[in-house]
Design a protein. Structure first.
Length: 121
């Protein structure tokens, strides 16, 4: 269920980080996610943050990125699903090198949004 949307845009190195603040209600767990776009303004990845189920005072960030070199096409629904699943599983997989700057900006944004919780990146 969509609750609110906010817009911002930052141009970074090879990718454009265009974030749509989407607050979702997922089984009474609220989270935010942002899409990562390439220089041609095509979406290529998703960053997501939500409180941990095991430790509700902690927020875990998950990510997904399309492997365009292997011929994959980005699917927003699948990307959001994968990013939230990694977040819910407290998966600490390394973020791809091409997404590190966007990840740092999203980490700051998640800290501001979840200001009463510890954000783990």
């Amino acid at each position: 269920m969509l609750i609110g949307i906010g817009l911002s845009q930052l141009l970074l190195n090879e990718l454009t980080f265009k974030s749509f603040l989407i607050i979702m209600n997922n089984n009474d767990i609220k989270g935010i996610h942002a899409y990562v776009y390439n220089t041609k303004r095509h979406p290529v990845g998703v960053l997501a943050a939500q409180p941990s189920k095991a430790k509700p005072t902690e927020v875990i960030i998950g990510w997904s990125r399309c492997n365009a070199a292997a011929g994959d096409r980005f699917n927003k629904q699948m990307g959001v699903k994968i990013a939230y699943e990694r977040s819910a599983q407290s998966s600490y997989a390394d973020v791809p090198e091409s997404m590190t700057e966007q990840y740092d900006h999203f980490l700051d944004r998640a800290r501001r949004y979840f200001n009463d919780k510890k954000v783990i990146g």
